[in-house]
Design a protein around this ligand. Structure first.
Ligand code: CMP
Length: 140
């Protein structure tokens, strides 16, 4: 297995409830290393562009409104098979389907307010990381 990097976002529902540390503990418990991290407030333009792949989906407008409703924490995670390892510890998109022990099972409020985002492939991870971080921001 290769050491990979993936992008993670702790979403506004989780920052609002002061869960950043608890989410990070689950990420680290899954063997992922937080090699870059920044708390920011997404602009509407940033959220629209980040989620451009979902532009035609019926939930796109609500998703952009939600992601700009409060602070988020953008992170680069590093580890063996990091993309899949992060998706495993996040759990299913809909918390009703998320397995015991996952972040979304523990913390998510709904399919929209689902506490975390994670890249879905190594290719998208590279693009998503570059969207928020430059190489010198990432300290492995
Ligand atoms: P995320 O991994 O950030 O990628 C797109 C997001 O859209 C997803 O998590 C969900 O939070 C959100 N979303 C809202 N409604 C839906 C839906 N019906 N199906 C899939 N994703 C949804």
């Amino acid at each position: 297995m290769a050491v990979e990097r993936t992008l993670s976002i702790i979403k506004p529902d989780a920052t609002r409830r002061n869960l950043t540390g608890q989410v990070n503990a689950k990420l680290e418990g899954a063997g992922l290393r937080i090699v870059a991290q920044r708390r920011i407030r997404l602009t509407r333009e940033q959220a629209e562009s980040f989620y451009d792949v979902h532009r035609e989906r019926p939930f796109y407008g609500d998703l952009v409104a939600f992601m700009t409703s409060g602070p988020v924490v953008v992170q680069v995670l590093e580890g063996e098979n990091a993309v899949m390892a992060n998706r495993d510890v996040m759990g299913a998109t809909n918390p009703a389907d998320a397995a015991e022990g996952t972040i979304r099972k523990a913390f998510a409020e709904s399919i929209e307010a689902n506490s975390v985002h994670g890249s879905d492939s190594a290719e998208n991870a590279a693009m998503e990381i570059a969207y928020f971080f430059s190489g010198c921001d990432i300290v492995g």
